[in-house]
Design a protein around this ligand. Structure first.
Ligand code: IPD
Ligand code: CA
Ligand code: CA
Length: 260
């Protein structure tokens, strides 16, 4: 299944490169800023075709298509283009994310950034790799020395401004933070030690399925904001190198306590 996921990601990556910086159809989804392009759909089609050819009886869950349920124990969870807003503005920070869940556990994860030529792969119990080389999380244990990354939901205003308030709490402690615009790459870059911690509110399973495994297998820790067991189907994610996890979690919790 890992080789099928890699094959599908490479094929979709070709499409992302072919249309990059060219003209294609762009539409808004539920909110005006939440975009879907013709390229998202073309990439999704080629991924579906590749998976269905090798595994015609498996379930699929993909951002643009939705769920295809065939009553299988195996579910492929796909984001054909993570970082659509970047892509639509010709910013080459985006990727394809494919995770495979078997009986409720993520067993394989593939994230491919065709512009940076970065292929992140993972199989449960076997570690995580970037272009075939094993990766591990960073060793930074003091949040004051950390580089963090986050993202914001399309409707931050809807959530009592909590995502913005958490961001303010970290930056006002003079901690450097980046906002790349691709949650899957945020997780991969935390997995390979470029970032020390990542948090976000209101992600979907296709944003995190593959990245969850890649980070865990690289030695990272993932919980929800309450420091409890995380599921890719829930909205809050705190993903770190493990060493700064409690420090980040306490700061996030203190903000939420002030709001409610
Ligand atoms: C988005 C990106 C972004 C995150 C958004 C996601 P999309 O995915 O991962 O970093 O902040 O919440 O929806 O829409 O580009 O696939
Ligand atoms: Ca996404
Ligand atoms: Ca997407």
């Amino acid at each position: 299944m890992l080789s099928t996921a890699i094959k599908a990601a490479h094929r979709a990556g070709k499409i992302l490169k072919e249309y990059f910086n060219k003209s294609y159809k762009i539409e808004s989804k539920d909110v005006i800023s939440n975009l879907v392009t013709e390229v998202d759909k073309k990439a999704e089609e080629v991924i579906f075709r590749t998976i269905k050819k090798d595994y015609p009886t498996h379930n699929l869950l993909s951002e643009e298509f939705g769920a295809l349920d065939k009553d299988s124990d195996v579910k492929w969870i796909i984001d054909p283009l993570d970082g659509t807003i970047n892509y639509a503005h010709s910013i080459p920070i985006c990727c394809i994310s494919i995770g495979v869940e078997i009986r409720g556990k993520i067993i394989y994860g593939v994230i491919y950034n065709p512009f940076g030529k970065e292929l992140f792969t993972s199989e449960k119990g076997k570690g995580s790799y970037l272009n075939g080389k094993k990766i591990t999380v960073s060793k930074v244990s003091n949040i004051g020395k950390a580089l963090l990354v986050t993202g914001f939901p399309y409707m931050t205003s809807k959530y009592n401004q909590i995502p913005a308030k958490i961001f303010i709490e970290f930056v006002s402690r003079d901690i450097p933070i980046r906002r790349l615009g691709s949650a899957s790459l945020d997780l991969c870059y935390t997995a390979c030690g470029k970032f020390d911690g990542f948090w976000e509110y209101n992600l979907n399973p296709w944003d995190v399925a593959a990245g969850y495994l890649i980070l865990k297998e690289a030695g990272g820790k993932i919980t929800n904001f309450g420091n409890r067991r995380y599921s890719i189907y829930e909205k809050e994610i705190l993903a770190t190198n493990g060493l700064i996890h409690n420090q980040m979690q306490k700061i996030i919790e203190s903000v939420i306590r002030k709001v409610f």
